[in-house]
Write a protein that binds this ligand. Structure first.
Ligand code: ADP
Ligand code: MG
Ligand code: MG
Length: 876
């Protein structure tokens, strides 16, 4: 069986398609040789050998030795040098390289093949003893460190000793004799470590190969695969590349560099890179000397520079993507040592994809596939640069609930936050154990929100995401002492007014004030890419919006309708909440009606605003849904003032509030159950919706098709009962107004029973919308407000792969979605079906919605662009 693949001269046995067998490095080196680029000859030992090695107790296949010997002979032939010969010795580098680039693996060994004899041969051949001893000592150090595990610092000590003895600072100031002494001292370092430096080049080579294969299972590499979600068995292992050495350290007409064919930060179409004269590969990375910008090469060696630029263009055209290239110049001759698709910032990813498509190098569809939807989200929010974070003090990590970067002083009381921002435009981070609907104004005023409890769909998370505000929830490491107005973290205390910074994209909390970078918004290349996505996608993208402001933002981001308006969110401002509370605690129909009469005109205006902002696109409005406890007055003061307003005694109201207490409010008196007990609530909301639509039609001639949505239905009769009330109210109004107005009545599917009986429910419902937050809660039986405490353990112990509130559980919850859709359409073939849970903006969940044939997804405004791209990718 073939294990070794040669490249060099003008032929190569591998090519770029063979990444899984040859690793990325090996496959691309072979490809470049095929393309006729100057690559030092070499060979790749395949990843299959790595697999064999581990399957057979760290033994190699029998015929590997012969194949390696043959490959070395071939190298000797092509280069005219001889491995281990004192005449004109062949030196090689030994490099690891898996199918995906993996920083955790073995460091490269350069100059292998040097020993006391061959170094002499090198001196004879080059006439440059300084260079030869320099190469020798580098090799001894790398080999000792990487292969034999001798502490790096032992070598450094000896090098420094010689430097101070000679009174010089830089390595480059050492003479040939100095370096020769360094080599001698290194021999002792080996001895003192109980090792012997192998003089036999073949011994060196096999030990280095062992070390590369061994590094596949070292801790760093295993950790790296784990962190990057690379599963065991997904890759065969690493390949080993043995490459003829070329020397960038042979004088000022030599050097080494790295380059990107486009700017990896901005995506700008210009070369970008660094060049270090008279140096070997590792020097650039190690940061020992400061490299020049690549353009400096134009001054030093204009011809080589031109040749390099020419190669950049060719490589980019060939790979059809931005390349990250390593090169070395030996005495004015250019060699390429590596090329790969370059890593880039999200910003650059979008720009490069769009530019490449417009340059005709890739298709629009490919451009769409090249950008990750998650990256788009980060472009719409402020962010911290990696450098900024590196220099900051990390305090804790919580659940990343809403992306973006924010700094501010810690404030615990939402109304205080609101006041501080209003009066003195302070930067505030609202810190709370959890948030509740009353905190909305404070949340809106703050730069960011941090809570110590809760999960991805907790109140704080959902609201912050809607506002496009940085938010971290479930940060258990932080103890919030509301009374004392301080937080405790790792034994330290931070009082109210201390600066902190939060990264809602990663969940990190930092001490102090960090500078953030402003987002660039939806314009330029990103707007173009999303337009292309719209041309391709089949799935509609709507938004969850409760205010005209949210709706307008979402329209700008490309939403085509509102998939969920949570009417209760309209009730939380200071002016309205008393009326809402009054409605809830009312003992008599009259009391309730009085409260509803106050709310009706406000609601109508809200809906008019929403309808206007959506410019004729459909608007789905959900009737009042939340558990009542969310509205109840809790503080004595609030109860007092409400009692006054309602003209009842404090005690009476207090006992009513106590009566309304529920043990499990999420499964309590909420959703359609509220309107079934109090139909007048549904009547008021219907009047507000239909009234707004009629007025808009009469005043501005704008047509809207309101979609009235009933939450938390589990039984067809619930829907039947409420639908009749809604239809009676609406039809009477339309008739009286003498207008033509279409509207729909549909339901949320968020209780498993509704999904199971979807065929029945569809007889009444004119549309479905899967509320996957509640559906996940009820299917798993995980409380949305409490699961944050244990979901981490579930993921860590591998019981769940991911948080199911974040990524739709296709097998369980998804099955209900699929079945509900199918059953619904079996009775009503034209049934419109959407999803409005937080999953609507999560790429993998969007893909699932596409696969099961939903009509649209609905998500918070800032995730609309994410969903548009994800929907297009799902189709492609
Ligand atoms: P990494 O995967 O960490 O980039 P590489 O195997 O690419 O490791 O090598 C590390 C450094 O050594 C790079 O700068 C590379 O250009 C240089 N290098 C590797 N092989 C050779 C060689 N045969 N001749 C000269 N320089 C080399
Ligand atoms: Mg490299
Ligand atoms: Mg719900």
């Amino acid at each position: 069986k073939k294990y070794v693949y040669f490249f060099g001269g003008s032929k190569a046995e591998g090519d770029a398609t063979m990444k899984s067998l040859l690793g990325g490095k090996g496959a691309n080196l072979a490809e470049m040789v095929k393309l006729g680029f100057p690559v030092p000859p070499g060979f790749t030992i395949s990843t299959e050998v790595c697999k064999y090695y581990y399957d057979h107790g760290r033994k190699y296949p029998d015929d590997l030795k012969d194949q390696v010997v043959k490959a070395v002979e071939e190298l000797e032939e092509v280069t005219g040098k001889k491995f281990g010969s004192p005449e004109n010795p062949l030196l090689v580098s030994v490099r690891s390289g898996a199918a995906v680039s993996m920083p955790g693996m073995m460091d490269t060994i350069l100059n292998l093949g040097l020993n006391n004899e061959t170094v002499q041969g090198m001196i004879n051949a080059t006439g440059n003893p300084r260079f030869c001893y320099d190469a020798y000592r580098r090799f001894m150090q790398m080999f000792g460190d990487v292969v034999l595990g001798i502490e790096h610092s032992y070598f450094e000590e000896q090098l420094n000793a010689v430097k101070s003895k000679r009174g010089v600072k830089l390595d480059t100031d050492l003479t040939a004799d100095d370096l020769k002494e360094v080599v001698q001292r290194y021999m002792d370092v080996y001895k003192n470590a109980g090792q012997e430096f192998p003089q036999d080049p073949w011994d060196q080579l096999w030990k280095a190969i062992d070390a590369v294969f061994g590094s596949w299972m070292n801790e760093r590499a295993i950790k790296y695969r784990e962190l990057n979600g690379i599963k065991e068995g997904e890759l065969l292992g690493t390949a080993v590349n043995v490459v003829t050495m070329v020397f960038g350290n042979m004088g000022d007409d030599s050097g080494t560099g790295v380059a990107f064919t486009r700017d990896p930060n901005t995506g700008e179409k210009q070369f970008y890179g660094e060049y270090l004269p008279n140096a070997q590969g590792e020097d650039v990375v190690a940061g020992i000397r400061t490299p020049y910008p690549l353009t400096k090469l134009e001054e030093i060696m204009p011809d080589v520079y031109k040749q390099l630029l020419d190669i950049f263009v060719k490589l980019e055209n060939h790979y059809r993507d931005m390349q990250d290239i390593e090169f070395t110049i030996e005495k004015g001759k250019l060699y390429l040592l590596q090329t790969r698709t370059g890593k880039r910032t999200p910003f650059a990813a979008v720009k490069i994809a769009v530019d490449l498509a417009e340059e005709g190098l890739i298709s629009k569809e490919e451009a769409i596939m090249r950008v990750s939807p998650e990256h788009i989200e980060t472009l719409l929010h402020p962010y911290f640069l990696p450098e900024t974070k590196q220099n900051a003090k990390l305090l804790a990590k919580g659940i990343a609930a809403s992306p973006g970067a924010a700094s501010g002083v810690i404030i615990f009381d939402p109304s205080e936050a609101e006041r501080l921002v209003k009066e003195s435009s302070k930067d505030v981070i609202l810190v709370r154990p959890e948030t509740s609907p009353e905190d909305i104004a404070g949340m809106a005023a703050a730069n960011g929100i941090l809570t110590s409890t809760g999960g991805k769909t907790s109140h704080a998370a959902v609201v912050a995401r809607g506002m496009g505000k940085a938010c971290i929830v479930g940060c258990e490491a932080i103890e919030v002492e509301e009374e004392a107005e301080l937080i405790r973290v790792n034994g330290r205390e931070f009082a109210k007014g201390s600066w902190i910074s939060i990264d809602g994209t990663t969940g990190e909390v930092f001490e102090g004030k960090l500078d953030s970078v402003k987002p660039q918004g939806l314009e330029g290349p990103l707007a173009k890419l999303l337009d292309w996505a719209d041309e391709v996608k089949k799935l509609g993208v709507r938004t969850n919006a409760d205010t005209p402001r949210d709706a307008t933002v979402a329209r700008e981001f490309g939403a085509q309708g509102i998939g969920l308006c949570r009417t209760e969110h309209m009730f939380f401002d200071e002016e309205r909440i008393p009326a809402v509370r009054q409605m809830i605690v009312a003992k008599t129909l009259e009391q309730r009606q009085a409260a509803l009469d106050k709310l009706l005109p406000m609601q109508k205006e809200d809906f008019k605003g929403l309808f206007k902002a959506m410019e004729g696109y459909p608007v789905t409005i959900r009737l009042l849904d939340p558990p009542l406890h969310e509205f109840l007055p809790k503080e004595e003061e609030d109860i007092k003032s409400l009692a006054e307003e309602m003209n009842i005694s404090y005690d009476e109201l207090k006992s009513t509030v106590e009566e309304l207490h529920e043990f499990n409010p999420m499964m309590g008196h909420r959703g359609c159950r509220l309107a079934i007990t109090y139909p007048e609530i549904a009547v008021m909301q219907t009047k507000a919706i239909i009234g707004a639509a009629i007025e808009l039609l009469k005043e501005e001639g704008q047509t809207v098709i309101p979609e009235i949505m009933i939450p938390l239905v589990g039984h067809i009769n619930e829907l039947k009962y409420l639908k009749k009330i809604i239809v009676d109210t609406a039809d009477a109004m339309i008739k009286e107004a003498g207008v033509e107005l279409n509207y729909k009545v549909g339901t949320m599917i968020e209780i498993p029973r509704a999904a199971l009986t979807a065929d029945e429910i569809a007889k009444e419902a004119e549309f479905f919308s899967f509320g996957t937050n509640d559906l996940t809660q009820m299917t798993f039986g995980f409380s949305r407000d409490d699961y944050g405490k244990f979901v981490g353990d579930y993921v860590e112990k591998g019981i769940l792969e991911v948080d199911p509130f974040q990524k739709l559980d296709r097998i369980g919850v998804g099955q209900l979605v699929k079945m509900g859709t199918e059953r619904g359409r079996s009775t009503r073939p034209d049934l419109k079906v959407g999803i409005c849970g937080e999953h609507g903006g999560e790429p993998s969940s969007v893909e699932f919605c596409h696969l099961v044939g939903l009509d649209y997804v609905s998500c918070s405004p800032y995730r609309v662009p994410v969903a548009r791209l994800a929907a297009a990718q799902a189709f492609l």
